[in-house]
Ligand binder design. Structure first.
Ligand SMILES: C[S@@+](CC[C@H](N)C(=O)[O-])C[C@H]1O[C@@H](n2cnc3c(N)ncnc32)[C@H](O)[C@@H]1O
Length: 125
């Protein structure tokens, strides 16, 4: 189901925009919260610093980042990058202070229990 349909169903008023995470169509310090599920790990190593800079740019100082990615315990058959703990911490450390980095399970995979994903919570410096 499309996000816009879910919002309508819930009666939530949401302003959906389409754009690149590498050039967000928002002004500086526009938001208190930024979240990403599954986009960051799809980017090339070359593009990842730009994602971090853009997320930091649109967040207010002290704003919150909630990022979910594949970890090194994941084994996707396709392309997403699987981050090691240190690698993910290093990727965001220039602009963010990490509050927590935890592994979590993929829901509904049907396979044996494992925690192939990272949930990172951080504050913009
Ligand atoms: C694994 S999917 C995750 C989709 C969704 N967030 C979810 O949790 O189901 C990765 C998504 O990132 C999007 N994506 C890749 N590069 C992007 C970029 N530079 N800017 C915005 N979205 C991008 C892809 O189009 C794709 O929809």
């Amino acid at each position: 189901m499309r996000s816009s349909s879910v919002a309508k169903l819930l009666g939530a008023k949401v302003d959906f925009r389409v754009g690149s995470a590498l050039k967000l169509p928002f002004r500086n310090r526009a938001f208190a919260f930024v979240t990403d599920r599954g986009c960051f790990h799809c980017l090339s190593a070359e593009d990842r610093p730009r994602w971090v800079t853009e997320a930091a740019r649109v967040l207010k100082p002290g704003g919150t980042l909630f990022l979910r990615t594949f970890s090194d315990k994941a084994h996707p058959e396709y392309g997403p990058h699987c981050f090691k703990r240190r690698e993910l911490l290093d990727a965001v450390k220039g602009h963010f202070r990490v509050l927590s980095l935890k592994r979590y399970p993929a829901l509904g995979s049907g396979g044996p229990p494992s925690e192939p994903l990272w949930a990172l919570l951080a504050k913009r410096r």
